[in-house]
Design a protein around this ligand. Structure first.
Ligand code: ARG
Length: 591
């Protein structure tokens, strides 16, 4: 149990003892104190109870504080309790208890992060990244990839069984024009020695060229439409070209995942096409439930709770009049597959905010049609757009979409310059490696640290600065600690002392550390990575304060103090490493 939960139980017990059954269901509302002069934590339950019981909160707070004071005995986390203001209860924790809990955290491989036991373990599908074939990944896909990867890692760390799903956009009528274009350029264009068509080396250019021909050339558009039919009927030559397009795109995506350090493999690719032979079935199932209506020749459903501006029920098309299926049909089929065949308890969709309505409708329909039972948790994890510094959609100087690969290159180049400036003594190979970690880490952190639902401003200077809530700042704190151990030639594992907790900076640091398991749990619940970023940032800030005030290796530091401080440093380093790992950010030993 984490220390805050311990305090909460103590407060609940004290309220019960002081006020009787009336206090039974009161939420203890324990939060870290804003100012160390008011103790370490504050319980805010007296106000709510006062209202409920019609009594003065201050009196209730007083009674709870007295009860907490009585209960104090050795090993208890609470050393003293005092009523304050309108009825807050300020709590000061016992130093030995803090020290002991910090030592226990340090002795634990998971740093106290609670994992679900077998009975509560859930299977969670995380649908993320999901780029589109024959289009290069852009910064918008970056967000889904980075946020989704972090969420998958956090859920795994809390003991859930995570199934990653890359819902690749690999099907649809646009493939008619892409394949037709490929067929025609393959005839006229040379191939590489490996037989690869040179034409699709640059996916964006390839896509645009196909699109331009489709729009401008009526005959080509006709041939493209015939291709769609050929594709749908599984024509062999057409399928071969489709495979070629998908394979070529996956190569690009794999390279991006590799460089981003994102754990998405080919096994986790289950694109839209994977549901093709389940679509008719899905529509039949909707029909069997009496959900299907006809509208202008198309099959539609009316998910409950959705009306348009005129107050008319809003339809969701599941089958077009020409027999074709849609994006929504595929998502309904995927829900059935994920819940019933992957046996998921919870489905998480990390997709940009423009698709919020799509998922709301799909979820509502899945419930109504009985595809998803009441206990299935369906969650849409939306995120805002990537904006440039001018607060307009992030574009290249010439106004084009920014390619992910270019963003990564630029981040690493910029980081390389910063790293060389900070530490000119690094060898070229090490500087390259550090720059890769810092540059990629900076992009990811900038994305994860902002409240995901808001648009986020892509700002090179801000994400790479060593000051403030950035990856370089956190990595620097980690590096600083590692250099202490290196300088002292000390193996952290050899330090058996309990972490230091006497100086105010040490105490602040320990309190911050002990909150870590709770922060991880809250991210697993809310799916908001910025909570973890904020916590790590505050941890690093607390460490910098400690570092300024509390010497570790200086000659005049007593051996016991030195060891206790080393133990504290080690715990901070490991927590930063663990936390950055959950964010998908690699640490370095020097920078
Ligand atoms: N390929 C889609 C896009 O780029 C995202 C797919 C999201 N996942 C899903 N199950 N619909 O917009």
């Amino acid at each position: 149990m984490d220390v805050r939960s311990e305090i909460e139980s103590a407060v609940t017990a004290a309220a019960l003892a002081a006020l009787g059954e009336d206090a039974r269901d009161a939420d203890p509302l324990v939060v870290p104190a804003k100012d160390p002069r008011f103790g370490d934590y504050q319980a805010n339950l007296a106000m709510g109870l006062g209202k409920k019981l019609g009594r003065k909160p201050r009196e209730l707070g007083e009674a709870i504080a007295v009860e907490l004071g009585k209960a104090v005995h050795e090993g208890d986390p609470i050393a003293s309790a005092e009523v304050a203001g309108p009825g807050f209860v300020n709590l000061t924790l016992s130093t030995p208890a803090l020290r002991q809990r910090a030592a226990a955290m340090r002795a634990n491989d998971r740093l106290g992060v609670a994992t679900a036991n077998t009975a509560d373990r859930q299977t969670v599908v995380v649908d993320y990244s999901s780029p589109n074939v024959a289009k290069e990944m852009h910064v918008g896909h970056l967000r889904s990839t980075v946020i989704g990867d972090c969420i998958a890692r956090v859920l795994e760390a809390t003991g859930q069984r995570v199934v990653r799903q890359n819902h690749l956009g690999d099907w649809g009528t646009q493939f008619g024009m892409l394949i037709e274009h490929l067929a025609e350029v393959s005839e006229t264009h040379a191939r590489t020695p490996e037989g690869e068509p040179i034409a699709i080396g640059d996916l964006n250019a390839f896509y645009q060229e196909a699109k331009r021909r489709f729009d401008d050339d009526e005959a080509f558009a006709d041939r493209s439409r015939r291709r769609v039919v050929a594709l749908q009927s599984g024509d062999e030559a057409t399928m071969d070209m489709w495979h070629e397009l998908v394979g070529e795109s996956l190569k690009h995506f794999d390279a991006a995942y590799q460089r981003l350090g994102v754990g998405l493999t080919r096994d986790e690719v289950r694109g839209e096409s994977a549901y093709n032979d389940r679509l008719a079935d899905t529509v039949d199932a909707l029909d069997a439930k009496g959900r299907l209506r006809e509208s202008q020749g198309a099959r539609v459903v009316y998910p409950p709770g959705f009306v348009d501006r005129e107050g008319e029920p809003m339809p969701m098309i599941v089958r077009k009049s020409d027999g074709g299926f849609l994006y929504a049909t595929t998502d309904l089929a995927a829900i059935r597959f994920r819940l019933h065949e992957l046996h998921a308890d919870r489905l998480v969709y990390v997709v940009d905010a423009r698709q919020a309505q799509h998922f709301a409708m799909v979820f509502a329909e899945a419930r109504e049609a009985g595809f998803a039972g009441d206990d299935a948790r369906l969650e849409y994890v939306g995120f805002g757009m990537v904006l440039g510094k001018d607060r307009k959609p992030f574009k290249t100087r010439s106004g084009g979409t920014v390619r992910l690969a270019d963003v990564m290159d630029e981040a690493v180049t910029r980081a390389r310059a910063a790293v060389t400036e900070k530490n000119p003594k690094l060898s070229d190979t090490e500087a390259d490696d550090v720059a890769e970690a810092v540059g990629i880490g900076a992009i990811k952190y900038a994305d994860l640290s902002s409240d995901r639902i808001k648009d986020y401003v892509f700002d090179w200077d801000r994400m790479l600065t060593l000051e403030g809530n950035t990856a370089p700042y956190l990595l620097n704190a980690y590096v600083r600690i590692r250099s202490i151990f290196r300088k002292g030639e000390i193996d952290p594992a050899a330090i058996v002392a309990e972490p230091a907790c006497d100086e105010p900076q040490e105490r602040a640091l320990v309190l911050r550390l002990l909150e870590y398991p709770r922060v991880v749990a809250s991210v697993a619940d809310t799916l908001e990575p910025h909570r973890l970023c904020n916590h790590l940032y505050e941890l690093a800030s607390a460490y910098h304060k400690f570092y300024e005030h509390c010497p570790v290796l200086k000659d005049d530091v007593a051996p016991d103090t030195r060891d206790a401080r080393l133990a504290l440093c080690d715990l901070v380093a490991r927590t930063l490493h663990h936390g950055l790992g959950l964010l998908g950010i690699r640490t370095v030993e020097r920078m």
